[in-house]
Design a protein. Sequence first.
Lengths: 466, 237
Amino acid sequence: MTMRPDPTFHASPKLAMEAPAENFAYTLLLSPGFSKPDALAVIDVKPGSPTYSQIVHTVTMPNKGDEFHHFGWNACSSALSPLAGHAFIERRYLIIPGLRSSRIYIIDTKPDPTKAKIHKIIEPEEVFKKTGYSRPHTIHCGPDGIYVSTLGGGGKDGTNGPPGVFIMDCETFEVLGRWEIDRGPQTLHYDFWWNLPRDYMVTSEWALPPQFENGIVPEDLLANKYGHRLHFWDLRARRNVQTIDLGANHQMALEVRPAHDPVREYGFVGVVVDTTNLEASIWTWWREDGKFHAEKTATIPPEPAPKEKLPPLLQGFGAVPPLVTDIDLSMDDRFLYVSCWGTGEMRQYDVSDPRKPKLAGSVHIGGIARRTPHPNGKAFAAGPQMVEISRDGRRVYWTNSLYSTWDDQFYPDGVPGVEVMANVGRNGGLELDKDYFVSFPDGYRAHQIRLEGGDCSTDSFCYPSV
Amino acid sequence: MFDGLLLLPVGLDGMPASPALGWLWLALVASGLYHGINPGMGWPLAVSAGLLDKSPRALFRALWALAAGHLLATLLVLLPFAFLLVLAEWQRPIQLGASLLVIGFGVYRLIDRRHPRALARIPPTQLALWSFAVAIAHGAALMLVPIYLGLCQALELDAGHEAAGALMKASLAMAVMVSLVHVTAMVGAGGCLAWLVYRYLGLKFVSRSWFNLDAVWAISLVLVGAVALAFNLVSWR
């Protein structure tokens, strides 16, 4: 506990944008064959620094086979609401779940990011015993603790009961228990986020563990057995209040990105693939008169490609699906960044009118068929995947790995971990920065990025921008 | 709303004022201001409400809800003491017990500074309930008990010569008065801050104005209880 609120807490998204820029980027590293322990890399992103674009510190875990994926902070700007009741908590600990092991690491980033160290390890058994869930995934600091979404239920393969959300204490990191009181028709899980003052949560669906742990199951995909629904919840009452089916052909509704400004009651979700035409799509959801709605507002077509350029999985289709695997919304809710992991493109949509996204910028890098190199000449394996935006919206960072077994199916030639950055023009437009290119140690792939002091997919706000 | 202050020099029913009386009313108003400016007691929520609805009216609605919750909590804590005062011959043990209770709660808050998690589960639409729960949980209402008992004593409401019915009426009236004065001061201070931030100072002030008062708060409880205890012990002699 501090005497003053953490300087990285900002009442509104606008104040967060005006705050000093990030000096460090935290990036999760995973060992695809589970031959080495997963790790957290701390990268210097301060322009002009002698170690710019280099790894300046690595926290290596004591276990193997965790499969790091997403992570989050113990606290964010939402602590500035008196309703949260812990205004003097520090943004200090990174909560890193092992998606495959269900183990959770708490990393202490103080006193200095370059000295980050393990603070606590929560063993999988504790998660299983206290929640009945497995395979923890998305982390958000919430009103009454740290919220963790999971992809698996109980049992060895995670199919014994539906997956859901559980809560951890934000100071002791003790696993407290399940969040849901009434899950309604929800049986699958992936991402979640919320509008705190408006008191709702939105969750999305990927798949059950047998559908992803050993790779994508093509038969299940073509039979539309992956997730395709959005669930809307009364956050404090912990009840599912509405479920919207995007249509069974819209397979894998993944990242949920609500507008940061709490006065705006809308958000976006990306759909990986439409099984009728291999298209990817962006959907806008919104609340009007207490009811939620969702509609498809942007589509990205597949790109035809000769068979010899395609992995066995796609050879029958003669085309590369865009595979929108991550999306991220800038702090001012103006630009939506869309990772096309299949075609190798990072798209920037102007979503000032949220139901009419306009393509404002794009860069090509990597891709199954295109294989576009970085402007500095270096190869970029796979495509743009986990994307993170600086608070001021001027820099967009991304990595290239999706999930160990899926990487191998779509990019059988291997996915050496890389992190790049693009600069954003004042009025949009996107250009890769020639000087920012992080190659990770051999045998490591890179997944989610978190920026020092918060970024566009961590902080929730309780006051509108004015 | 400051009717209570008009009674300052004379007390109820025109009884002569004791020298402690002025200080007690002052302490009461000061406690209200103190609770009011503390962001943890809710004024930033009124700012948020005003900004979300883009209307000063929403800000004032939120302030009313915060005031109503705080008032209810104060009354709920003071009224049992108002009833107890009827037992005139027990007044000293009651005062002693109340002081120890406040000290004890202060010490507890000093040791365990954690905020009850249940409070964070109250929906943002139920600000009055939240304000009520926070005032109870943090001992904001409890802090007023020694002041209230002191006022009753100074105004000789606890004198044994009154009939029980009249005594109860007077002590209940005093409980209502104490609650109203306190909450008026609180909502006045919090409301002024909320309005200034909403209209002029901007949201940066929300984090700037926030100091960790957990320890100070707990110590205030101990102090209020200790001062009351000291007065009790002195007046016994």
